[in-house]
Design a protein around this ligand. Sequence first.
Ligand code: ATP
Ligand code: MG
Length: 219
Amino acid sequence: MSSIVVLIGGAKGGSTKTTTSHSVCLGASLHNVPAVCVVTDPERKVRGEGRPYGVLDGRLPDQLARILTLSKDLMSHGWTIVDGAGNRPEVDKVVSEVADLVVIPFRPSEEDVDTVGKDLNRLPNAFAWPSAWPVNAHAERAAAFLIQGLELQFPGRVLRPPIPFVNSVGDLLAAELTSPSTPTRTLAKHAFQTLRDKYQQLHGGESPKETEGTAAVSA
Ligand SMILES: Nc1ncnc2c1ncn2[C@@H]1O[C@H](COP(=O)(O)OP(=O)(O)OP(=O)(O)O)[C@@H](O)[C@H]1O
Ligand SMILES: [Mg+2]
């Protein structure tokens, strides 16, 4: 079995792509599943030290292509999470064609829903994933219509449950990730589980191996 490649993409800036990518990688490592996060944003630094998962530099097209080829052909298991850069539809398109799962996070606003709808039209294998979603009952009820509207327009293409709004997720992008807070760990485990369930629903078969010890993918 080759590595499972997931694109966390979408055109909108600030939609939580990077935070969600790192959440999923942390969640994988908390489940003892190897994971790497692939940075594609030219504006973002690549810092892999002090993390329980790998971070790879895919900022140049050649580097990204090589990582994707290695993930597909050489890595025996684990998850490769590609953090999209926003406003680069051509990169989303290319990666989505080789990815096993494509998710587009969107925040609870009409504008975000409009943009994610365009992404779903452009990327026929993509799922929209509500993110930084309100958790208090009143606000959650107020936001639910956004999910319902999108689901009506794109049946079966809204991934659930949403990623909750958690104040401490900033932890994930700190210089080191040695002791994330409990809410961040809980979010991360659930985020990974949501993707794993979706992957199994789509592709069936063997689940990604849980391993003892190291959580970094080796090529
Ligand atoms: N689940 C969450 N709960 C609360 N805040 C969140 C959550 N996920 C992300 N955020 C916050 O949203 C902001 C934008 O997140 P992030 O940088 O991950 O978005 P992005 O889509 O990668 O942005 P860009 O398009 O610039 O790459 C950050 O301040 C981050 O802390
Ligand atoms: Mg980002």
